[in-house]
Each structure stands twice: as structure tokens, then as C-alpha cells.
Design a protein around this ligand. Sequence first.
Ligand SMILES: CC(C)(COP(=O)(O)OP(=O)(O)OC[C@H]1O[C@@H](n2cnc3c(N)ncnc32)[C@H](O)[C@@H]1OP(=O)(O)O)[C@@H](O)C(=O)NCCC(=O)NCCS
Length: 134
Amino acid sequence: MKDIALRGRAYPTDLNPSGTVFGGWIMAKMDKAASIAVDEIVVADTVTVSVTDLHFLKPIRNGDIVTIYTEIIGIGRSSIKIDVNVMVRCKQSHDEYSVTDAIFTFVTLDEEGKSIDVRDVIRDDIDEEIRAIL
Ligand SMILES: CC(C)(COP(=O)(O)OP(=O)(O)OC[C@H]1O[C@@H](n2cnc3c(N)ncnc32)[C@H](O)[C@@H]1OP(=O)(O)O)[C@@H](O)C(=O)NCCC(=O)NCCS
């Protein structure tokens, strides 16, 4: 199930010298969006352990409205994989097109920073689709 985790607008301070948005700006937002998606399903500290398949597909420009969609696509013992997709809304048609995507992996941690089983910290009210991949 795809969720909207974050929405915002690109401003002039977010741009690189060529006039499009810095890769790091959007990567930080994707990480935050993924962490929100993870917080929706577990009650525990979590950290990003890896980012793979990162693709900058199209530039993001000044003023663009950016929406970040997240989808939990896998749950291991202590790890959670999230597909993160960044879309920009066309100013004229309002159609959305994909500008960046990546797979983030988060790990659930105990108070000492050691990995713990996701199932021990899963929320009671998780969606049925998430329960099906547990
Ligand atoms: C996350 C962390 C606790 C994992 O430690 P670890 O000793 O590898 O722990 P484990 O061996 O128990 O592995 C935990 C899980 O992480 C997964 N994992 C570890 N390294 C990984 C990698 N490079 N890519 C994908 N998954 C990875 C393991 O497969 C395991 O998944 P599973 O339990 O679902 O099978 C440790 O690497 C860490 O603290 N990293 C820093 C995290 C951080 O600061 N993130 C912010 C970055 S700016």
C-alpha cells in the first residue's frame, strides 16, 4: 500500500548552480519519508542501514511541488525495506511524474543500539497488507 509520507516545495536555496535541486536535498527528504513509514508500523528506535537502487530520473526545479510516496515492500528479522518514490506535479496538467526513487532499508534497534526482531515491536493497528508480509 502506497502512502504519502511528505510533501513540500523546492525553493531557490535548494538549487545547485545549474538551477535544479541538489541530490542531497531530496535524499534527506526521502530518508525522512522512509522513517515516517517505518514509524507507522513499529514502536522502536530505527536507523537507515542501506540505500540502494537510487535513481535520479528527472530534475526537480525551483517551485516544483514534490510528493514522496512510500511503500513497505519487505520485512526481515530486524530489517524493513521501503520503496520511496518522489513525484513532481506538472504545473499545467497537475499530472504527477516520477523524479527520483530508491529502496531504503531500516533496522529496528533496542536501547543499546542492537538489532531486534521487528515482530517484537510491531504496532497492533498495522494494516492487513503489512501483516501479510510479516
Ligand atoms: C544498523 C546496525 C545496528 C546493524 O548492525 P549489524 O551488526 O549489521 O546487525 P545485524 O547483523 O543484526 O543486522 C541487522 C539487519 O540489518 C541488515 N543489514 C546489515 N547491513 C546491511 C546492509 N549493508 N544492507 C542491507 N541490510 C543490511 C541485516 O541483513 C539484518 O537484517 P535482518 O535482521 O532482517 O536479517 C549497524 O550497522 C549500525 O548501527 N549502523 C549505523 C546506522 C546509522 O547510523 N544510520 C544512519 C546513517 S546516516
